[in-house]
Write a protein that binds this ligand. Structure first.
Ligand SMILES: NC(=O)c1ccc[n+]([C@@H]2O[C@H](COP(=O)([O-])OP(=O)(O)OC[C@H]3O[C@@H](n4cnc5c(N)ncnc54)[C@H](OP(=O)(O)O)[C@@H]3O)[C@@H](O)[C@H]2O)c1
Length: 329
C-alpha cells in the first residue's frame, strides 16, 4: 500500500511516499481503509522528535521515529476486523484515532473509532478526532464551562480553536475568540460574541475578565493570563510552541501545573488524547454535538497524499485556519 513514511527525525521534507506492507489486524484490531487524514501540530512534533525531551516519553523514539508511518486522525471505511472485534464490519464508515493514517490503510482498535456522521464528507470527518476531542476536554471536562460564563479561546481560528468556540457556544457561554484579522469573520460565525484581533490588540491588557481561558497558543506567560481571569477563574493551558526546543510547551505546561498550588485560580492542562488513553466517550460526545447541529468541522485546506509534507509544513507555520486535511485516493 502507499504510505507517507518518516525514517528519521527532521523537518517536513523528511517525509516521503513509499510502498509498504499492508498492515494485518491482530485479534482486537481494526484495519481502516483511510479516505482522509487530518494534520495536527502533533504530526510535526512526532516528525521532528520535538521538543527533544519528548523523545524520552513512550512512543516517540530516542534517535529515530518509533512510528514509521505518520498521521493520527482518520476517516474511512472498516476494511478488516480481528477475531475478537464486535460491533464493526467491513464497509462501516468511521472516524477516529488511527496511528499511521497518512496511508491507504491503518490499524487501530474499536474503542478509538466511532461511526462517521452521515452529513459529513470523509474530509470533514477526518478533521474531527484530535481537534474536537481536545476542544471538548478543554472547554467541558477541564474548563467545566457553564451557561452564561465568559470564555476566552486564544487561537480561536485554529484546529482546536474552531471546535472550542463552537463547543463553548453550545454550552451557552459568552465566547471571546482571539485570532488574526483573516479569521475574525469565521470565528464570529462559529458563535463567538466577541473577537479580539491579536495583530492589533493584546487581550491580556484589556479590562474584560473571563471565567475560563483556553490557551491554544502559549504566547503569554501565566501571570498575564491570570490578570484577565476572574478571581476564581480557570486557565486551561493547551500546548503552543514552535520547533527547536528542549522542553517546548511541555515546560510551560509543567510550570502552569506547579503554579496551581499557590494561587486561588484554577490552572489546568489538557491530558493528551494521543498516542494512547481512553477517547471513546469523548468521540461519542463529539459526534452527538455534530448530530445535533451544534458542532461542524472547519476544513480550510486539503492536500493530496503525495503532498503530505507540504500539508505538515503549512500546519507547522502555526497559522492554519480550521483543519488541514489530506485526501487519500
Ligand atoms: N493537549 C493536547 O492533547 C493537545 C491536543 C491538540 C493540540 N494541542 C496543542 O494545541 C495547540 C493548538 O493546536 P491546533 O491544532 O489548534 O493548532 P493550529 O491548527 O496550528 O492552530 C494554531 C492557531 O494559533 C493561532 N495563533 C498563532 N499566533 C497567535 C497569536 N499570537 N494569538 C492568537 N492566535 C494565534 C493561529 O491563527 P492566526 O493565524 O489567527 O494567528 C492558528 O489558527 C498546539 O500547540 C498543539 O500542539 C494539544
Amino acid at each position: 500500500m502507499k504510505a507517507i513514511v518518516q525514517d528519521r527525525f527532521g523537518p517536513p521534507e523528511s517525509l516521503r511516499a513509499a510502498d509498504v506492507d499492508l498492515p494485518e489486524p491482530g485479534p482486537g484490531q481494526v484495519r481502516v481503509r483511510v479516505r482522509a487524514a487530518a494534520v495536527n501540530p502533533y504530526d510535526w512534533h512526532m516528525l521532528r522528535g520535538d521538543p527533544y525531551a519528548a523523545r524520552l516519553t513512550p512512543g516517540v523514539g530516542l534517535t529515530r521515529p518509533k512510528s514509521r508511518v505518520a498521521g493520527i486522525d482518520a476517516a474511512g471505511l472498516v476494511d478488516a476486523v480481528g477475531a475478537e472485534v464486535r460491533g464493526l464490519r467491513p464497509g462501516d464508515e468511521v472516524l477516529g484515532f488511527c496511528p499511521g493514517s497518512f496511508a491507504e490503510y491503518a490499524l487501530t482498535t474499536p474503542e478509538r473509532l466511532v461511526p462517521k456522521p452521515e452529513g459529513l464528507t470523509f474530509e470533514q470527518a477526518a478533521a474531527v478526532p484530535v481537534g474536537a476531542v481536545t476542544a471538548l476536554r478543554g472547554i467541558r471536562t477541564v474548563g467545566r464551562v457553564r451557561a452564561g460564563q465568559r470564555v476566552l479561546v486564544n487561537g480561536a481560528g485554529g484546529g482546536v480553536g474552531t471546535f472550542a468556540v463552537q463547543t463553548a457556544a453550545a454550552l451557552d457561554a459568552e465566547v471571546t475568540g482571539v485570532c488574526s484579522t483573516g479569521s475574525a469573520d469565521l470565528v464570529r460565525s462559529l458563535g463567538a460574541a466577541h473577537v479580539v484581533d491579536h495583530t492589533r490588540e493584546d487581550f491580556t491588557e484589556g479590562s474584560r475578565r473571563y471565567d475560563v481561558i483556553l490557551d491554544n497558543v502559549g504566547n503569554h506567560p501565566p501571570a498575564r493570563l491570570r490578570r484577565v481571569l476572574t478571581p476564581t477563574g480557570t486557565l486551561v493551558a493547551n500546548g503552543g510552541g514552535s520547533p527547536g526546543h528542549v522542553f517546548g510547551a511541555m515546560g510551560a505546561m509543567l510550570r502552569v501545573m506547579a503554579l496551581n498550588a499557590f494561587v486561588r485560580q484554577q490552572l489546568r492542562v489538557i491530558l493528551p488524547a494521543v498516542p494512547a488513553g481512553p477517547v471513546h466517550e469523548d468521540l461519542l460526545a463529539v459526534i452527538a454535538f455534530i448530530g445535533s447541529g451544534q458542532l461542524a468541522p472547519v476544513v480550510d485546506r486539503t492536500y493530496a497524499l503525495s503532498d503530505a509534507a507540504e500539508a505538515v509544513r503549512h500546519v507547522e507555520r502555526g497559522h492554519a485556519r480550521g483543519k488541514t486535511v489530506i485526501t487519500v485516493p
